[in-house]
Design a protein around this ligand. Structure first.
Ligand code: PLP
Length: 380
């Protein structure tokens, strides 16, 4: 149970003016969506990332669902994504009837292996969904080149990667669409939340409609129509302004948050890399052309048994470490919606061996030293 641990895996904390802004949202009587604080979040992200349009959503899962609707994914269309990801990356497209084609990952960054991508593309391929794992960019120049040649759309699942860069360019600005998560485990959070980043201006108007239950309510609020109507399919993907107020305060504190997370990441790396090398343990790989988002620190143990043993060892020190992702190509749902016999040996191997260490904004150096000490006393 989580409460048996004195060092949790994740812990949410206030990073700035969250409570003040929530009180302000209540005071001005704006707690539904798309009001003052949502607009502030949109403007801040658009300006900072240079994205045509940002819309905050109820989750990254829902931003992915919006992407599938916006790209008109139909039954039988194929969508390529890594098996090593969270279930929502696949589910959003499976909901539209897509056939999921699993790609394996690179052994270094654990990102979709762009060297396999072209062999997975068929005339039915509609989209590729690269996941910037741990906020380290996928090889977007190769992926963009291949997808452009085949006329296939890219949706970046950037749940981990806000403020990461690939070759100097923000993650989330490569795909026709990109999605962010503000779930409590993320660098910047509002508990549950997400955003859709729209890089193709032709998708903006329909995105507004899909996000507002299939209605043109946004046009109505802008005074462009005198009543709003049901004009398309859609759902309720609008974030409450109470959460947007919380989120805006976190976004304002982004420099402090990112600098702190960078110190945590570099301290783990500095303290553990030699130990890891001596014990056959892998550490994160960040290629020189990637600026990571400092979302997580993980170890890749020599075997599944040793990974489980280290989790148990840390538990005896009351430290919670976790593993993920269980490869999607082995899941019961994959048998129904994915290509049979997906071959993802790197995914299988890494997913058995990977372990994530505690990492959160209020993580103290003392607590981090406890984690590092405990790991160093583990005999792999
Ligand atoms: C890669 C990836 N995509 C999507 C999601 C879903 O995010 P959310 O919880 O905001 O729906 C997650 C969740 O952690 C994730 O890791």
């Amino acid at each position: 149970m989580a409460h048996d641990y004195t060092i949790p895996f994740n812990h949410s904390s206030l990073m700035g003016r969250e409570l003040e802004y929530i009180a302000q949202a209540m005071k001005i009587g704006q707690i539904a969506g798309d009001q003052t604080y949502s607009k502030k979040c949109h403007a801040l992200l658009e300006q900072m990332l240079g994205v045509r349009k940002v819309m905050v959503t109820t989750s990254c899962t829902h931003a992915l669902e919006m992407s599938a609707l916006l790209l008109n994914i139909q039954p039988g269309d194929e969508v390529i994504l890594p098996s090593f990801t969270f279930v929502s990356t696949a589910n959003a497209f499976a909901l539209r009837g897509a056939r999921i084609i699993f790609s394996d990952i690179r052994p270094d960054t654990l990102n979709l292996d762009e060297r396999q991508l072209e062999s997975l593309i068929t005339p039915r391929t509609k989209a590729v969904v690269p996941v910037h794992y741990a906020g380290v960019g996928c090889e977007m120049d190769v992926i963009s080149d291949i997808t452009a040649r085949h006329g296939v759309d890219v949706v970046e699942d950037n749940a981990h990667g806000l403020f990461g860069k690939f070759r100097g360019r923000w993650l989330g600005t490569f795909g026709r669409l990109a999605t962010q998560s503000f779930h409590e485990t993320k660098n910047i959070t509002c508990g549950e939340g997400g955003a859709l980043l729209i890089n193709d201006p032709r998708l903006v108007e329909r995105a507004e409609i899909i996000r507002e239950k299939g209605t043109d309510r946004s046009r109505y609020f802008r005074g462009q129509v005198d009543k709003y109507s049901w004009v398309d399919i859609g759902s309720s993907y609008v974030m409450s302004d109470v959460l947007a107020a919380f989120l805006y305060a976190q976004l304002e504190a982004r420099d402090t948050i990112q600098a702190h997370r960078r110190r945590i990441w570099e301290y783990y790396d500095g303290q553990l890399r030699d130990w890891a090398r001596d014990h056959g343990v892998g550490c994160p790989v960040v290629p020189p052309h990637c600026e990571q988002s400092y979302h997580m620190y993980y170890l890749v143990m020599p075997s599944l048994q040793q990974r489980q043993a280290l989790i148990a060892h840390l538990k005896t020190h009351r430290i919670l470490s976790v593993f993920h992702y269980v490869p999607l190509h082995h899941s019961p749902m994959a048998r129904r919606v994915a290509q049979p016999h997906a071959h993802c040996p790197v995914t299988d191997e890494k997913s058995d061996r990977l372990l994530r260490l505690p990492f959160y904004n209020s993580f103290s150096r003392d607590d981090q030293d406890r984690v590092i000490d405990a790991i160093r006393h583990f005999q792999p």
